[in-house]
Design a protein around this ligand. Structure first.
Ligand SMILES: [Zn+2]
Ligand SMILES: [Zn+2]
Length: 357
């Protein structure tokens, strides 16, 4: 089969490799669409993967081509999405079915071969069957969408948030953008979104955010923007989707009394708070929450992030395909990596599509 192989740091090669056989409890999936994650860029060009050579890619969807020992052949031909984390099944978090915090997991596309290939072997537990009206491209975005939903549920599952609450989202990469999409889908209209690129503003307007509720932090003071819009009260919920010290501070500083802050962005550096900002966590009795990955409880579950997203895709209440900015076939997907590395074009989601017509 053909695959995009990370041979070594900075060395992505499109080449012929042997198709692996599904082992016991596994299925061989024919990949139909695979998205490039922001994390794939440092993985490919700076940090490398845990084992190399490795086929990277953890956001993908496809069709079951064949199954290994102990797996019902009924699965063959089924359209599937793939939860990329393979939990150990025996650590503390796994025993609580909080697989996203597994202490000893494997991972498709970073620890074992992933989706930028014609085929990939996947444990059957990780498959989620797809409704017929949902496209492979949309399903290839299940993983980042589930990550966004997980962040929302970290707040909303623990606290009553009325639909007129003010919710701020700062940082409009893929996850921040998807967060806004799911908040709008949930009926939250009073959103304040902060980006720093002209095309981010355009994306937000397309999603239904009014120009008044958008702040370009390169041109405007984000703190003043939030305080003015909330009559100096602050945001009831603040999603920090950048991972910078500056925005982490902004989030705490601009959260309303008894408000919540959710840290979503991976940190770029050490995080430090000035004393007067730190005070606000105490005096405003803020709920400060971290979020990581997404919840998946197996194909038959209903109450996990993956099924939450899939139900919205099936009902047509979200349209993530709108966020796909570039499409390439597998032999040219390296171009998508280069666009994201060099930032030569605006992008939200770059997608590898197997038959691009
Ligand atoms: Zn990812
Ligand atoms: Zn575990």
């Amino acid at each position: 089969m053909k695959a995009l192989v990370l041979e070594d740091i900075g060395k992505l090669e499109y080449k012929e490799v042997e198709t692996s056989e599904p082992k016991k409890g596994e299925a061989l999936v024919r990949v139909m669409a695979a998205g490039i994650c922001g994390s794939d860029i440092p993985r490919a060009y700076r940090d490398g993967a845990h084992n190399m050579p490795l086929i990277i890619g953890h956001e993908f969807a496809g069709i079951v081509e064949k199954v290994g020992e102990g797996v019902s052949s009924d699965l063959t031909g089924k359209r599937v999405g793939v939860f990329p984390l393979i939990p150990c099944g025996c650590c503390g978090p796994c025993r609580n079915r909080q697989y996203e915090m597994c202490r000893s997991y494997s991972y498709l596309g970073s620890r074992r071969d992933g989706g930028f290939a014609q085929f990939v072997t996947v444990p059957v537990w990780n498959l989620i069957e797809l409704p017929s009206n949902v496209s492979y491209e949309a399903v290839a975005m299940l993983e980042p969408m589930a990550v966004a939903v997980h962040a929302i549920r970290r707040i909303f599952d623990h606290q009553e948030i009325s639909t007129d609450s003010c919710i701020a989202v700062c940082g409009l990469g893929t996850i921040g953008t998807l967060l806004v999409m799911f908040l709008l889908e949930k009926g939250y209209k009073n959103l304040l979104v902060i980006g720093n690129k002209e095309f981010q503003k355009k994306t937000m307007l397309d999603l239904g955010i009014s120009g008044n509720n958008y702040c370009d932090s390169g041109k405007e003071n984000a703190h003043d923007f939030i305080m003015e819009h909330t009559k100096e009260n602050g945001a009831d919920v603040f999603f920090e989707c950048v991972g910078s010290n500056e925005v982490a501070r902004l989030a705490v500083d601009c959260a309303a009394p008894a408000g919540s802050v959710c840290f979503v962005g991976n940190p770029h550096s050490d995080m430090t708070f000035e004393k007067n900002v730190y005070w606000k966590i105490l005096r405003n009795q803020l709920r400060v929450t971290g979020t990581w990955n997404s919840s998946f409880l197996g194909a038959d579950a209903t109450d996990d992030d993956w099924h939450y997203v899939l139900s919205r895709l099936e009902s047509g209440s979200i349209h993530p395909e709108k966020l796909i900015t570039q499409r390439f076939k597998l032999d040219e997907i390296y171009k998508g990596f280069e666009i994201m590395r060099d930032k030569t074009e605006d992008y939200v989601k770059v997608m590898c599509v197997m038959d691009l017509s």
